[in-house]
Design a binder for this molecule. Structure first.
Ligand SMILES: C[S@@+](CC[C@H](N)C(=O)[O-])C[C@H]1O[C@@H](n2cnc3c(N)ncnc32)[C@H](O)[C@@H]1O
Length: 275
């Protein structure tokens, strides 16, 4: 399938290691996403569309919210990711989740949904307004449209004074920039909803602070996933050093500095589709 990422390919890849990273990342961020979806009114019996499902973490979270009388349809373009998501749903005993393969820009279908959601997907598409417009056209009047995206502002500023951790974060940023991903997609959500013809969304931001050991592991995992998009001549590679020991070294640096680091901020936007 042709890669329609903004530029240079999809930043994080779809390897087995990336699927495992997504699952670990979901365990950290899911409580925030669950709060967004509950605020948007997602609940028992609903039929929900999930865009950019990856290894299925949001689809599984929503499946638990809608319960056995509800249904989730995940939309994802990478076949291997869909395979992994299906296996995980089966292992979790979730029978009300199905996945369809395709580009989120081309999402379409006959039956309307009660809600359309997505996490960490609009930042990777060339035309997020078109994606939200297509997704909201699949939602019944009064149904919810809810997206969770990122802002890197606090993440960059709170790690800037730590030489090693800051270098690893800037290396990650280089890969996201090289592939055209929008690391401030969260703040763009208001304009995206408006451009898609939706009402002004309710906007909310949550930022996790601290938890250095988990943070060091997540940072290292993410650097490994984006490595194929790093220019081998990037001097930050030398500053970051051996990835096998990066988690231990960044943890040591944060603890030595008594640093209070900020994770990537999660910005949620939701609204009800008008009749
Ligand atoms: C960062 S992952 C997020 C996965 C999941 N939403 C979560 O929160 O764990 C982004 C996923 O979107 C998929 N993706 C990126 N661009 C896409 C597109 N244009 N159409 C469909 N899927 C896309 C990628 O293959 C990847 O699986």
């Amino acid at each position: 399938m042709a890669d329609k990422s903004p530029a240079g390919g999809y930043t994080l890849g779809n390897t087995d290691a990336e699927h495992e990273r997504l699952a670990r990342q979901a365990a950290i961020f899911n409580p925030i996403t669950e709060r967004l979806f509950r605020a948007a009114g997602i609940g028992p019996g609903q039929r929900v569309l999930d865009l950019g499902s990856g290894a299925g973490d949001v689809a599984m979270l929503v499946a638990n919210l809608v319960g056995p009388s509800g249904e989730v349809v995940g939309f994802e373009r990478h076949e291997g990711s869909i395979q992994r998501a299906r296996e995980r749903c089966a292992q979790a005993g979730l029978r009300n989740v199905t996945f369809r393969q395709g580009d989120v820009a081309e999402v379409a279908g006959e039956r309307l949904f009660d809600a359309a959601v997505g996490r960490w997907i609009l930042m990777f598409v060339p035309d997020p307004i078109a994606v939200v417009r297509a997704a909201s056209a699949m939602v019944r009047p009064g149904g919810a449209v809810a997206f969770h995206e990122v802002s890197w502002e606090s993440f960059l500023s709170r790690t800037a004074s730590l030489p090693l951790t800051g270098a690893a974060v800037r290396l990650m940023r280089a890969a996201f920039v090289a592939t055209g991903a929008n690391i401030e997609m969260g703040y763009a959500l208001r304009g995206v909803f408006e451009g898609a013809g939706l009402p002004l969304p309710v906007l909310h931001m949550e930022t996790l602070l601290g938890a250095e050991a988990e943070f060091s592991r997540w940072l290292t995992d993410t650097v490994k996933s984006v490595l194929p998009h790093i220019d081998p001549a990037n001097p930050l590679l030398e500053a970051v050093g051996d990835l096998a020991t990066l988690a231990a070294r960044t943890l040591d640096e944060m603890q030595r500095d008594n640093a209070v680091i900020a994770w990537i901020s999660m910005i949620g936007a939701w609204c009800a589709r008008q009749a």
